[in-house]
Design a protein around this ligand. Structure first.
Ligand code: ZN
Ligand code: ZN
Length: 409
């Protein structure tokens, strides 16, 4: 198949299996300028599926960099609140959301970390009303990737630019199952498999998970009434969407006050244009009380210092080490892919639909249940072929859940 055939199938997959746009529904898309060919195909397929209006907001890495190089200091406490409010209004009015990502993982590596932290905080704060509508699945939404030259260069530094871009597209197509004869059907089957796993985990009613691996020895409490999710999600508007393309994870809600022990990351984390590598933290009663990173330690410290919830967990996800993305052997320097290659945890905002009746509970009731709240939500990878996980029942009895990174039950 030619690249343009694959790109067209991929666009169709994103529209149908990813966001699952409904006739008459508006679509708000964000994308990097380098993704224009994909965005145009998505727009075409969205209109063919009956979208009433497709609006794309483009981002440009060069413009972002220009800001960090030349903007006055006060710029870094500003954010486009007016734009995010507009997006929130669109979601409230029923618009679907699609984010195409393809960022340069080290765009801001050489920039002033204080400015980066301030800009991130201002953005997270301004984006909060829109993000809440997304994390509570008020509307159908999806996140997918486009290969861009800068991202490809970081993943395949030894290849020539053209070859690197090509290799990254191939990897995206294959991890997303866009290169199968019927990608939409392949996704339906994949979703069913993930559903079997979540059904199994939901029936076990574990009260905690116990992790043991190199540099990792910790217990993570799950909230009472936690719900394991994976694959398709039923949004509150009645539309089933696949929020991440690709996805291999099953995930649920950790208790914000019941995490204890030491955790080491197994992959580097690209956070808002900087690399954080060699993360090692210690939790006490749910909170990170000691944090270390071999690289990007100050960025990591700023990240978990964003607010009270930024040093507590909002998500726990399990991914077998044999997932197709892990098997590709590629470190993507991008969380959408890397989180689906390894079991992971996320500091920050929890997904309210991962606790029973969570989307109809208010903030206080959610907090009482153990749901974490924060301006940020950042996943980091802790899974490997050396990680063992036990499921612990309320009476303290434990059973093997994962052994050497694979499902044991
Ligand atoms: Zn996740
Ligand atoms: Zn996450």
């Amino acid at each position: 198949m030619t690249h343009s055939d694959l790109l067209d199938r991929y666009a169709q997959l994103i529209v149908r299996s990813g966001v699952n746009i409904k006739p008459g529904q508006e679509l708000v898309m964000t994308a990097p300028v380098d993704a224009i060919p994909l965005v145009r195909l998505i727009t075409e397929h969205a209109y063919k599926a009956g979208a009433s209006l497709v609006t794309t907001l483009y981002g440009d890495d060069s413009a972002t960099l220009a800001r960090f190089k030349h903007a006055p200091d006060a710029s870094f406490d500003k954010a486009t609140g007016w734009l995010f409010d507009g997006m929130a209004n669109a979601f409230k009015a029923g618009a679907a959301r699609l984010a195409i990502i393809g960022d340069d993982p080290s765009l801001l590596a050489g920039q002033d970390t204080d400015k980066v932290a301030r800009a991130n905080r201002a953005r997270s704060k301004a984006y909060r009303p829109a993000l809440e509508l997304i994390t509570s699945f008020s509307v159908n939404w999806s996140l997918a990737a486009a290969a861009t030259p800068a991202w490809a260069r970081s993943v395949f530094p030894d290849k020539k630019p053209e070859a690197a871009l090509d290799a990254l597209w191939q990897a995206i197509f294959s991890c997303s199952r866009a290169d199968t004869p019927d990608p939409v059907a392949a996704w339906a089957e994949h979703s069913r498999n993930l559903r079997q796993r979540t059904d199994f985990l939901n029936a076990r009613r574990y009260s905690a998970l116990k992790y043991k691996g190199p540099g990792t020895d910790f217990t993570l409490g799950l909230v009472d009434g936690h719900v394991w999710k994976g694959g398709g999600s039923l949004a509150q508007n009645g539309v089933t969407c696949n929020p991440n393309i690709p996805t291999e994870e099953v995930f649920t809600m950790p208790h914000k006050d019941r995490v204890d022990g030491t955790v080491s990351a197994t992959k580097p984390l690209s956070y808002q244009g900087t690399f954080i590598d060699g993360i090692r933290v210690r939790f006490e009663k749910g909170r990170i009380v000691e944090a270390h990173a071999d690289k990007g330690g100050d960025v990591f410290a700023n990240m978990i210092g964003t607010d009270e919830g930024a040093a507590r967990l909002g998500e726990v996800a399990l991914v077998p080490h044999s997932s197709p993305i892990a098997k590709s052997g590629i470190v993507f320097n991008n969380t959408l892919f890397d989180e689906n290659a390894a079991s992971h945890i996320a500091v920050g905002q929890s997904y309210s639909d991962t606790v029973a009746n969570g989307t109809s509970l208010g903030k206080e009731a959610l907090a009482k249940a153990g749901a974490n709240q924060s301006l940020i939500h950042v996943d980091w990878m802790i899974g490997s072929a050396a990680l063992d996980i036990d499921g612990v029942h309320a009476d303290g009895t434990a059973e093997p859940l994962m052994r050497k990174g694979e499902w044991a039950a």
